[in-house]
Design a protein around this ligand. Sequence first.
Ligand code: LMR
Length: 422
Amino acid sequence: MALSVCAAKNCLQQQGDDFLLWSPSMFQHVEAYPGDPILSLNEAFGKDTRPGKINVSIGIYFDDNGKIPMLPSVRAAEHKVVNDAGARPYLPMEGAANFRSAVQHLLFGADSAAIKEGRVVTMQTVGSSGGLKIGGDFIKRYFPQSVMLVSDPTWDNHRAVFEGCGMTVKTYPYYDSTTGGLKFEAMLEALKAADKHSIVLLHACCHNPTGVDLSKEQWQALVPVIKERELIPFMDLAYQGYGDGIDEDAFAIRLFAEQGLSFFVANSFSKSMSLYGERCGALSVVCPDAAQAVNVLGQMKATIRRNYSNPPIHGGQLVAQVLSDATLRPMWEAEVKEMRERIQLMRRKLHDVLSAKVPGRDFSYFLTQRGMFSYTGLSAEQCDRLREEFGLYLVRSGRMCIAGLNSGNVEAAANAIAAVLK
Ligand code: LMR
């Protein structure tokens, strides 16, 4: 069939027959994107020209000067990596072997029996979001009927990622707005009633968005329920080191591995190494035995190949260098401690100023919640006022990133919050 370009009409025509292959209305059915609730706020903050603006929206650690730090340990690792760098072949689909091994030991502990038994497989992924996506695609293929249960509330993007994998996403009770704590009994009851092989998304530490974590005893109480219902935990560990410590924050992961559970872990180095733009993450799967682990790794490779083929080299090599170098590792651990303690200091200051300015209101949740985030209980309208009148950017759910506060702005942030609460 002969086709010719009809320049006058700006379209392709079949000779003799006037049918249109291209038209100015081709994408008319594509609806406008309302924007991501977190990333759009961060973009709006960037465009705000007011000098006193404060960004407590996105989950990024800023230092006391309001800057994203370049950690000295990571900088030193980068010098070495760049110095030693050679050709840039494709990495294997599952990523670099030194990165994968270092991640396993960081998550499961240097003496992990599960690692020694060959039951753990780890893939280097494009951020932990990449790990969630790869894990979600794998689950959809091998557990097609399984529903994904996420905490109410959870990170804004969890639902989108797993629904994007074709999964049905439902919630289990989690945050108690009356206490600013956890509805643990309700959570447990919901999991006891869950269908066999339901996937349960759990925040291993520093729950995003609430900052409300399970205690060690509560994690232990989950284990028999997971075994009884044959649930499959999917742990999200994006803030390791920001809660109680690097090893302490891996408590639930190590417990589940010791207890013989099969589960997924997506982890990230965006926050713990301040490597946001390098998209360094991993997905690990703990399997019942080594033979199943081999097949899981194989199918994960196929899943990665279908998505992005293989991960980039550079960031993963920085992480591997920091984690495996006898000088850089303790340096990094001290840097993480400093970031964690600065956040705790900001929590204390915010609590103290607000308690003084708004007497009779309980702000103790700022002290009990862990990690970067606190759920303030502020309404969407109050958050809008804070942004518009005071230049204080919070996510409209009321989530506040405490790591955006510093000694120069914490008082102003507290004053603004006090003003909208009165
Ligand atoms: C957040 O929750 O703010 C961070 O994890 C950044 C993001 O991608 O949403």
